[in-house]
Ligand binder design. Sequence first.
Ligand code: APR
Length: 241
Amino acid sequence: MNLSEARTALQKARRVAVLTGAGVSAESGIPTFRDAQTGHWARFRPEDLASPEAYRRDPETVWQWYAGRYADVTRAQPNEAHRLLARLERAKGEGFFLATQNVDGLHQRAGSQRLVELHGNLTHARCETCGTVAPLPAPDDFTPPPICPVCAARMRPHIVWFGEYLPERALEAATRAFQEADVALIVGTSAVVYPAAGLAFETLRKGGVVIEVNPEETDLTPYMSFGVRDVASRGLAALHI
Ligand code: APR
């Protein structure tokens, strides 16, 4: 498939499923999980900051890490790639579905509505006792840990940590959408973290077209119908979204 055929397939598609990763937010200046580990945080391994064990051992440090990333995300703005995906949603209506691995909430701020967050959201906390999910106070007013507005217990970051299951209904909805998709877009993800990375195969198995947008090749590249080797904003624009 060439670029012009990829554009036509996307234009004609009644059902479109999109998977996004950290690359989509790179142009908003949001560092990827690993890139965020600079300075003070460089001495931690990812699993020392983003696992249930780490939180049990040292909730204060884990909360400090998330509070800092939350503050960064609040200052950032959605970029053209987020906006183009919101535009594609408006064009496709009910035939559109977005599954993101990002936890920054920028897709929503750009206007996306038909989306699931497979790995949670940095801007929210979840009660460790009753499960209530609530937005965090503005970064300047926030001293972690947050306290549950319903039962006053301590809340944890609303993030899927290493070794934890993805939210079941979100994953089911994403799997269905990728199975039904005429065209799937895999944008800005290294596609190494499963089960999210496996969604592309749901579309391929059903005979759908899968297009990757990423400046680099990934483990999925050999299976793709077409690849746009560019940053997310230009790559999506090249598809005439
Ligand atoms: N536009 C598009 N893609 C980009 C850009 C850009 N401007 N900049 C970088 N990329 C690509 C990189 O080439 C890479 O393939 O984005 C990808 C980012 O990969 P990761 O950092 O591994 O991010 P992601 O795929 O979202 O990671 C999946 O792993 O860290 C955990 O739970 C975390 O959700 C995350 C999951």
